[in-house]
Design a protein around this ligand. Structure first.
Ligand SMILES: Cc1cc2nc3c(=O)[nH]c(=O)nc-3n(C[C@H](O)[C@H](O)[C@H](O)COP(=O)(O)OP(=O)(O)OC[C@H]3O[C@@H](n4cnc5c(N)ncnc54)[C@H](O)[C@@H]3O)c2cc1C
Length: 298
């Protein structure tokens, strides 16, 4: 990878979201938002991004929060770091799967600097957090001068590093639905080494309805330009008990789903990735069964 000297850019540190929105509006597509800067600076060094203005969010204290509204939605502000999620007692208690997922990410240094929202806005299909959060039905709260809108995370990315954000928009927070007592989630991934980016990942959410699957969502990462849901496997599971044979069949349907179209690159090859979709879906669903049976927490 070749790094160039950074070309000249204006640097702004607004103190409020409104100020940030105004700057974003005036610079339009020439502006880049910066949270922790881990991914942004790298893309500026490679020349992939050449913003005229970098708008740092670091001085906006109102974005540094993790809120959990009395056990309702979890709200993660745009400046909450991945490490802060890992360390939060509330998250550990009610969204333990997010802690488990956060620990799959790089090193402690990366998790200390990198924000959850920055990780999601970066728009890589290999994002660990995006895979589990899509399964959990998370929503991005998007703000621009005078307007707010909510975008389901599963519709937020339209290609690698491409999001639906329009000129002047930024993300204020991501909202994660409560799991309550009846929903169970699991995240499993494969990487060459612990600090490396994932080569295949699966996030699963199952709502337990009298011992059978109520709602079920299965997201698969790093097998397509964006993280995908394998809906045929989901359909098969709805209303069914999670028996070993049903899990096996769902995992096979996931592997064969047309949305699963991995590439061969330095981390893995397409055939292996496809095969591992089956293995990981089976593992994640089995883990959910263990959780349902009370073996361990959500
Ligand atoms: C060594 C290393 C290892 C890594 N390993 C992993 C890994 O194993 N798994 C994994 O998932 N990730 C991994 N990452 C990616 C890392 O998690 C992300 O780089 C980091 O979380 C990005 O957060 P940030 O706050 O630094 O974002 P930034 O770099 O500041 O921003 C990233 C992108 O999002 C945009 N953006 C940021 N915040 C907002 C906002 N509020 N609204 C709109 N746009 C916004 C920026 O403009 C930029 O395009 C790794 C990164 C490194 C450097």
């Amino acid at each position: 990878m070749f790094f160039r000297a950074l070309r000249h850019f204006e640097f702004f540190e607004p103190k409020t979201v409104a100020e940030a929105n105004e700057l974003l509006l005036s610079y339009g597509h020439q502006a880049s938002v910066m949270a922790g800067g881990l991914s942004l600076i790298q893309t500026m060094k490679t020349g992939e991004k050449k913003p005229e203005a970098v708008i740092s969010l670091q001085k906006i204290d109102s974005l540094k929060f993790i809120d959990s509204d009395n056990d309702q939605d979890l709200k993660i502000g745009a400046l909450a770091t991945i490490r802060s999620i890992e360390k939060s007692r509330e998250v550990q208690k009610h969204w333990a799967v997010l802690v488990q997922t956060a620990r799959c990410i790089g090193s402690v240094e990366v998790r200390r600097m990198g924000t959850v929202v920055g990780n999601l806005c970066d728009g890589t299909p290999a994002s660990d957090l995006a895979t589990i959060l899509i399964a959990m039905g998370a929503k991005m709260r998007v703000t621009s001068s005078g307007a707010e809108r909510e975008v389901p995370l599963e519709n937020f990315c339209v290609g690698p590093h491409q999001t639906v954000l329009e000129e002047g928009e930024m993300v204020r927070e991501v909202r994660v639905p409560s799991l309550g007592d009846h929903s169970f989630a699991s995240y499993v991934n494969l990487a060459r080494t612990k600090p490396d980016i994932t080569k295949v990942s699966v996030g699963v959410l199952v709502k337990n309805q009298n011992g059978a699957c109520g709602d079920v969502r299965i997201a698969v990462g790093a097998v397509a330009p964006v993280i995908v849901r394998v809906r045929k496997a989901e359909e098969l599971l709805r209303g069914e008990k999670l028996k070993a044979s049903t899990i096996e069949e769902a995992a096979r349907l996931a592997q064969e789903d047309v949305v699963v179209r991995p590439i061969t690159d330095i981390r893995s090859n397409a055939g292996y990735r496809k095969e591992m979709v089956r293995v990981l879906v089976e593992r994640a669903l089995t883990d959910v069964v263990d959780k349902m049976n009370g073996a361990h927490a959500h």
